[in-house]
Ligand binder design. Sequence first.
Ligand SMILES: NC(=O)c1ccc[n+]([C@@H]2O[C@H](COP(=O)([O-])OP(=O)(O)OC[C@H]3O[C@@H](n4cnc5c(N)ncnc54)[C@H](O)[C@@H]3O)[C@@H](O)[C@H]2O)c1
Length: 255
Amino acid sequence: MQFKGKVAVITGANSGIGHECVMQFLAEGAFVAGVDIRTDHMADLQEAAAAAGTEFAFYECDVRDEDAVKAVLASVAERFTGSIDIMLNVAGITVDMPVTRTDKSVYDRVMDVNAGGTFNFCKQAAVYMKRQRSGVIVNTSSVTAQFGTQMGTPYGANKAAILGITRSLAMELAPWHIRVNAVAPGVVNTEMVAKLNDTERESCARSIPLGRLGEASDIAKAMIFLASDGAAYITGATLNVDGGYRPSFVPLPVK
Ligand SMILES: NC(=O)c1ccc[n+]([C@@H]2O[C@H](COP(=O)([O-])OP(=O)(O)OC[C@H]3O[C@@H](n4cnc5c(N)ncnc54)[C@H](O)[C@@H]3O)[C@@H](O)[C@H]2O)c1
């Protein structure tokens, strides 16, 4: 119950890593506001909140829309304690296509959701956190920011951009006691990687010294740590949560 009475806003709350983050922050006593464009996996979050003796509120919002993001945070502040204590940017999309078939509009869309959405929520949460003179932001990058990824140039680009946002804001917001960090997941067993066949999964697992794909709970635990007082002296950092992932280059079939 280390976050009892704290308010956490979590994007991408409907599925995968974001959904598991909501579960774990509720279990730690936080009031949680979940943000997503989809709503089909929300029912169990209300139940989890009731079981933990706290509250969950869902906000349907596209992270690309800055005015909507601003309105969500105003509504969260009004509904709970007036503060935004913890901001987790998890929402994201991926593309899987060769660069020669990637329209610039696709690049723009991936950049706008992943890096643009992270920027919007960081910016608007910082308004509250500066006023409070405290707060924690955790952004979601990826090991692709460090190693690259085949058939996913826009994704690799925006996950690196998210590290730029994280490091810049860590410096800019430190005088207000606001910490800003990123997690860099490896290959995690969610809808995002559901398209992998068994051979591709085995091939991924061979690049992971710990011998298995990550689970959403592995990433959520790292988010909990970075948001906690245990990480009080950590800002501007990227925490890889990847089982030691070291990809060996194997060309993908030509598409
Ligand atoms: N799964 C992996 O292997 C992996 C690896 C590295 C990083 N990540 C990152 O982790 C994060 C979560 O991924 P996941 O695997 O849980 O994927 P997921 O597809 O299960 O969840 C992503 C969530 O973001 C939401 N979303 C998408 N566009 C949105 C928008 N415009 N506005 C609001 N919400 C939107 C989706 O509805 C979905 O609920 C992403 O940022 C992803 O890039 C995932």
